[in-house]
Design a protein around this ligand. Structure first.
Ligand SMILES: Nc1nc2c(ncn2[C@@H]2O[C@H](COP(=O)(O)OP(=O)(O)OP(=O)(O)O)[C@@H](O)[C@H]2O)c(=O)[nH]1
Ligand SMILES: [Mg+2]
Length: 293
């Protein structure tokens, strides 16, 4: 499903309805507040946004003024001065990390296809040697998409898979290496240390890599996203988020809440199980789609 299509019913028509019934500023503001809460936006954000609206909106403001200001306020929730992800402009390594089942392997395949379609040569590394089907799942994706995959047998050292993939990436001159890792609960120290080891191996090979380390989050994860991100930040230098399974939430507010709490740029969004269900995330387009009239 198209990314923008997911959110077109979240706020648009409801905001319009506010103005057809309410006239008074306080009434309008309190109805907007309620709409934002219903859209799954976390309470601290809703409170901040509505209090800013109250400060900035004039008594005689019209519907369009409210909508424009609301867009600005929601956009301001996203972390400032974001650098664009570098993955698509240079020879780079993208490392995907996250808890079990968040969507890493599927997202690795989708990303590989995304960049391949845009003219880059891509190599996938199946560094999930923990689960029996870990490497097989990515290998199958690779066959389906005609993208090479470097894997290892079950129980092999994920570090050695990563090392082999780096060698291949270098010697065969691929543009992009996308590394899928095993799911790990943030509370399992030994697994988190294994992640540190993987990163050390990458850095030893190419000190400026991985250029991108993205935490893959199931978009329906609520408060727990924060706990996950904090731990993963401690053991790896995550510099972006990939929100998978947005099709399962479809309220959009979770994106705003997660961006607010984690202060990490959302790079990509997954909207289904298919190879093409991946979208480059633009906060501006996202907010526009939420409030397009
Ligand atoms: N609806 C939907 N399902 C998704 C999306 N991304 C992944 N899935 C599904 O979620 C399940 C888990 O996805 P995986 O990619 O295997 O997740 P993982 O993080 O690699 O899992 P582990 O390796 O076990 O930690 C699979 O059934 C996927 O098809 C998405 O964007 N939308
Ligand atoms: Mg996986």
């Amino acid at each position: 499903m198209a990314f923008k299509e997911l959110f077109k019913t979240v706020l648009n028509s409801k905001v319009t309805a506010v103005f057809s019934s309410s006239q008074d500023r306080e009434e309008i503001l309190s109805e907007i507040e309620e709409l934002l809460i219903l859209a799954d936006i976390s309470l601290p954000v809703v409170t901040r946004v509505t209090s800013n609206l109250r400060k900035k909106i004039s008594r005689h403001a019209e519907k369009q003024d409210y909508i424009e200001l609301l867009k600005q306020e929601l956009l301001a929730v996203f972390p400032k001065a974001q650098n664009p992800a570098t993955a698509h402009v240079e020879k780079n390594v993208i490392l995907l990390v996250g808890v079990n089942g968040s969507g890493k392997t599927t997202s690795a395949a989708k990303l590989a296809r995304y960049f391949q379609l845009r003219g880059q040569s891509v190599l996938l590394a199946a560094a999930d040697t923990f689960r029996a089907a870990g490497a097989t799942q990515l290998t199958l994706w690779g066959q389906k998409l005609a993208i090479p995959v470097i894997g290892g047998v079950r129980g092999a050292d994920p570090g050695s898979v990563v090392f082999n993939s780096l060698q291949s990436w270098q010697s065969k001159n691929f543009d992009l290496l996308i590394i899928d890792t095993a799911g790990r609960m943030q509370s399992k120290e030994n697994l988190m240390r294994e992640l540190q080891k993987i990163i050390k191996i990458i850095k030893k090979f190419a000190s400026e890599q991985p250029a991108e380390t993205w935490l893959v989050l199931d978009a329906s994860t609520g408060q727990n996203a924060l706990v996950q991100a904090e731990k993963f930040k401690e053991f790896s230098e995550i510099n972006g988020l990939l929100l998978a399974k947005l099709d399962g939430t479809a309220k959009g507010g979770t994106i705003i809440s997660i961006a607010d709490r984690l202060q990490l740029p959302v790079r990509y969004a997954g909207t289904g199980e298919g190879a093409d269900d991946l979208w480059e995330f633009s906060e501006k387009d996202f907010i526009e789609s939420l409030l397009k009239q």
